[in-house]
Design a protein. Structure first.
Ligand code: TNX
Length: 530
């Protein structure tokens, strides 16, 4: 029956077309423009990499060769002269801003153009995704395509807390790898908190001799226990820290992947570990709290000496001073703090906090760095040049941007990665709420309450992974993936180019890429339970 047959054929065609199934190589984050043309180019062992001499050649060619080796067991030679059958890495000043690139596949192979090495690096990440996963892409064959791409926001970051649980150096590198493949460019390293001090400071050796370790007590979780110990104390001891050499190694590793590392040295709160090592810098109250004394000039000297050593290790332009959740009650009971308030004519604890932050800002500025802090630094008045990281929602960020300050958005809802992301029965330990992958995908860093002429103050956004509940690299990866994939698209790809359904389809293939790299990820993230 002919008409029955046409019906079936029609049905098949309609079903096939209505599936918004991306090409196998669906790239995350979605490029700005991606136009396919007929024709294919196949990379073979005669293909060479032609690299512009102004780029740091090894960094970029190794990036190409490493995925070609992993996926196709091919290694390409390097050449200086343009030729057919090549991957060309070309300096092109017109391909701006920072991070922008174009990628063309055509008759003479692959051409990636950018004005910076960073742009070339991102072009290579796109290429690597177009040639993976192995389960889908069996041969290094590329469709002819023209891609023009650039990031929507300049701050595309993640914070990792290494205080509540220590994260060894090699695991930190694995975290950086995940950021790099998603074209993220800021790694905010929460190096210090009440539970442990994790960075070597030569002037104050007790910080890591004792402040980085604590006794494991009975069935208490390590992060519930603020009492420090030295590494070789009796019984079970938990902890760890990074030497200056470790830090340099991580910073260099991140730089090769065009990621800035922003150190966070928490103050004035969340400071139990440091104050148990150096109690002379706490308030003159009966018990040592987790808050530095704001009335003692020596406290400022102590913190400035620390910052002086820290800035030597981190070439990025920011120092993060924390500033969140300050237990200001201890200031109001401390004689030195009360005296300071009188001298400086400060009426409230918020004003004293503002005094503290301003004083640190002056010092950080004198070191040619910018201060960034959690949104509590708005209380009592924000120092003139400070950048705000908005975590208690986006309101602090709105207030700061409207007042002319730079802002990084990282609201707990939806950008906290310690929250759960799927049906609870499939989830490992989490804390504080529920942020599934699509909530993050829909996040818009610029709320409408920001004045049009202040929008440029929103530098971008970042996700934060607090580690009270997170003990291992595989748990870290699980909390990051696929939520970092979603965030990367929310802040790299302009809103009009984003599409939920298309993203979900791409995730299917992306999961295979993550699996092939040996990463743990949450497969249950797409089956929300609310
Ligand atoms: C609040 S977010 C904190 C962290 C905790 C986190 C747990 C922020 C600036 N401070 O110290 O780890 O909640 O979700």
């Amino acid at each position: 029956d002919f008409s029955r047959l046409t019906q079936i054929i029609l049905l098949l065609v309609v079903t096939a077309c209505s599936h918004t199934k991306p090409p196998k190589m669906g790239v995350i984050p979605q490029p700005m423009e991606m136009n396919y043309q007929p024709g294919t180019f196949k990379i073979n062992d005669k293909t060479v990499i032609v690299v512009d001499s102004s780029f740091e050649e090894k960094q970029l060619t190794e990036e190409i060769n490493s995925f070609l080796k992993d996926n196709f067991n091919i290694q390409l030679e390097i050449s200086r002269s343009p030729q057919e059958n090549a991957i060309h890495l070309v300096k092109a000043m017109e391909v701006a801003p920072n991070g922008a690139y174009s990628l063309t596949v055509g008759g003479d192979g692959v051409t990636i153009k950018a004005s910076t090495g960073q742009g070339i690096f991102y072009g290579i990440q796109t290429l690597a995704q177009m040639l993976s996963p192995k389960t889908e892409v069996k041969e290094p064959v590329l469709n002819y395509v023209q891609i023009n791409d650039a990031p929507a926001y300049e701050w595309r970051g993640m914070m990792l807390d290494v205080s509540r649980h220590f994260v060894p150096k090699d695991s930190v590198k694995k975290v950086i790898d995940i950021l790099a493949m998603h074209k993220m460019n800021k790694f905010h390293w929460h190096l210090v908190d009440g539970i442990g001090w994790r960075i070597q400071i030569d002037a104050y050796p007790e910080l890591t001799r004792k402040g980085a370790w604590r006794k494991v007590k009975g069935d208490k979780k390590p992060w519930e226990d603020f009492e420090i110990a030295s590494k070789d104390a009796e019984g079970e001891v938990y902890g760890g820290f990074y030497t200056k050499e470790d830090i340099k190694e991580i910073v260099a590793y991140a730089k090769e992947r065009f990621i800035d590392v922003i150190p966070e040295i928490e103050m004035p709160g969340h400071s139990e570990a440091a104050l148990q090592c150096y109690p002379e810098f706490s308030c003159d109250t009966e018990v040592i709290t987790g808050v530095y004394c704001a009335g003692n000039d020596d406290t400022f000297q102590f913190l400035q000496n620390i910052i002086s050593e820290v800035v030597e290790l981190f070439p990025n332009e920011y120092v993060h001073i924390g500033g969140d959740e300050v237990g200001k009650g201890s200031w109001l009971k401390c004689n030195k703090c009360k005296k300071r308030m009188q001298q400086e004519n400060l009426q409230t604890a918020e004003e004293l906090q503002s005094y503290f932050v301003r004083r640190m800002e002056k010092f950080i500025h004198s070191k040619n760095k910018k201060l960034i802090g959690w949104d509590e630094i708005l209380e009592g008045g924000l120092p003139e040049r400070a950048t705000v990281m908005s975590w208690r929602g986006v309101e602090g960020g709105i207030e700061a941007a409207n007042a002319g300050h730079d802002v990084v958005m990282s609201p707990g809802d939806p950008l906290y990665l310690d929250h759960s992301q799927g049906k609870s029965e499939y989830e490992p330990p989490s804390w504080g709420g529920y942020n599934n992958v699509l909530k993050i995908y829909d996040f818009n860093p610029v709320p409408k309450d920001i004045a049009p002429d202040k929008k440029h103050h929103i530098l971008g956004a970042q996700a934060n992974l607090w580690t009270e509940q997170v003990k291992s690299l595989s748990h870290i990866q699980y909390m990051m993936l696929p939520r970092i994939s979603a965030l990367s698209e929310a802040i790299w790809t302009k809103a009009e180019k984003r599409n939920r359904e298309y993203f979900i389809n791409k995730l299917d293939v992306h999961f295979d890429r993550l699996y092939e790299k040996g990463y743990n990820y949450s497969g249950s993230s797409l089956t929300p339970d609310y």
